[in-house]
Design a protein around this ligand. Sequence first.
Ligand code: JFZ
Length: 428
Amino acid sequence: QAQKKIFNETDEQKEQRLAWWVNDRFGMFIHWGLYSMPARHEWVKKYEKMTNEEYQKYFDLFNPDLYNPKEWARQAKAAGMKYAVITTKHHEGFCLFDSKFTDYKATNTPIKKDLIKEFVDAFRAEGLKVGFYYSLIDWHHPDFTIDGVHPQSPSDASKYAELNKGRDMNKYREYLKNQLKELMTNYGKIDILWADFSYPGEHGKGKDDWNSLELIKMIRKLQPGILINNRLDLEEYDDGGDFVTPEQYKVAEWPTRNGKKIHWETCQTFSGSWGYHRDETSWKDNKQLLVLLIETVSKGGNLLLNVGPTSRGLFDYRATDRLHDMGDWMTVNSRSIYGCTQAPADIKVPENSLLTYNPDTKRLYVHLLDYPLQRFELPGMKGKVKYAQFLHDGSEIKMRSTDKGDLALELPVHKPKLEIPVIELVLQ
Ligand code: JFZ
């Protein structure tokens, strides 16, 4: 099958462009907008079928007076995250940035600030890479045609044409292009563009509705080093997206395309919704979150973990607590995450554990999900390991042979005081 490509970039050049991202593995997603005020899901406008008029009160009163992105950046960095992707505009259509092409923006609310400008400055100052989420969907723009995901979508299909009278997608396409141009021009070097999302089909939208081909060319021209996700509906092209984005579920194995392993990033929430949700109780615990990160790296992927700040501009304490605890673990264990990937196929995964591997240092990391009593066997590893130690305190773990001639480690009876202890094996 002939390769269809948009750009003439070699595989090697692409790997170079993505090298930092593959190495860093762990980023923060931030979903922030007017929906932080109702605080009951970022799709609240659609779920509750609100009109623009009904939604207007949030715009009129939006005033995140405690917004301090330096503190967000501090928390992200302390958690071990290396990049952050923020919603510059979500489906509600509200722009956190100062755009020339709309009045529906933060600078026209009581906060009167370009929130994105401050975000970019603060995160860069902490040494974090910055990415922009931009919603292709827009529930506010008068030319965006009402479709299946629109708050006013009728159940009776024959009503669409009538409801869409006077709406002109040509004008909306211009708007998309103009706004993306602003975002790619006015904020310095942008490391990631996270477009969201396409849903081709009847009463859906895809590449022709957005003019995706023209958009991706413009974006890469304005920001040559940028990484772009796969939600522009350009997957017929080999380079129509730099990475795939499995969302809110666990991938069974490393995703492939034409039999080749491809770059992937899973995005996940703490509690289910992306925007701040006051009453949600389904928060993942620390161990689940660490497993999510480790398992992702064990299959060669990245984790983009989401925070939904409140309408005052703060991270909710439940998010802050979890970020803090992940940071405690990362402080001593990040060597099993950064620069790591799936272990070589010939290495057997021991029971109740997850493996990651650093191909540069030839070190194998065994994450103990269920701390074993004293003896830990590594079938097939005899003669392959030079040295074994705990990662958190660098203390030696003695090696010995089992009766069957396999390698076994002598673990201390007392479980080290951290959720998931990691053994570092220095391979021959
Ligand atoms: C989208 C948004 O609707 C959602 O609010 C959030 O921003 C999330 C990160 O992205 O939700 C999607 C988009 C695509 C799929 C699923 C949910 N998908 O392709 O399965």
